[in-house]
Write a protein that binds this ligand. Sequence first.
Ligand SMILES: [Zn+2]
Length: 347
Amino acid sequence: MKGLIREGDRSGKVADVQSRLRALKLAVDDPAGTFGPSTKIAVREFQQQRGIIVDGIVGTHTWNELVEASWRLGDRVLYLRAPMMRGDDVATLQARLNALGFDAGREDGIFGRSTDSGVRAFQREYGVAEDGIFGLTSLAALTGLRVDRPGTAARLREELRRNEAGLADAVIMVDPGHGGADPGEIGPDGSAEADICWDLAVRITERLAATGARVRFTRTEVENPTSSQRARRANAVEADVFISLHLNAHGEAGAEGSTTFYFGSSHAGRALADRLQNELVRLDLADCRSHARSYPILRETRMPAVLVEPGFISHPEDEKKLRDPEFLGRVADAITTGIARYYEEGF
Ligand SMILES: [Zn+2]
């Protein structure tokens, strides 16, 4: 844009400015194309909102701001190019990625290198082709996500949650895997994953209750809710920590040991998974370590969440151990101690 658009002007350019101002919910009462007092007030309001010089005149700077302000996330494909893309859609994208823990840099509305690497990290985590181009597929993945407080880093949010209350005041959501008509995996000796997980969940509850924590289950003994239903139940009671219990299985009977999973961008989830894993391997279970995964149950829960698989039900030795009430009690002890350590040590 060349020159200035100011009070007294009459042109198509003025009409363009007016329609952009209206789209931003600013009242303009002047006739279309006529820059009257009402347009001037709207321009001043806009300039004030954007933190630029307030003079009621549309020069290059104000015009560029008007153009940037009119972009909404999803209006266009965003990617790193020269000159860099600018707009409120970029700022929204940056805020959302940051809220999820993908570092997209300063929320300045400029698609630069940090935003590019934030988009790529997000695409990696969510199985979208990692090309740094934020188009419809990435948008669909992003909008299906939990972004309850845009602008707040996920890490900070989780840390606040944990610090607000110790374990004694915490609500722990325990999620026994499978259930109802779904027995889960079946061991060589006939044990059902669902039954062992239920038994383990009850034992964990007894131990947690002794610490003062409140425990909620994601399901009753006879039902098998979907992952999303389980996550919603945990979100509804605003649980502080989510522990999903499963058993691993592998066609090859040699696979054995304990594994934990956490949502990749959750630092708190990772810390919790590491604490649980540390305690479980003390029970002479092989160390299959903790891993980042974007399982719906980990992704859709809003609190630090871990999926624990203390052993392989497909492994005859692991299965035998898991059928032993004494050993299962020790697994429950290990998980409870891991949660307590997480509360004591933080992350
Ligand atoms: Zn399972």
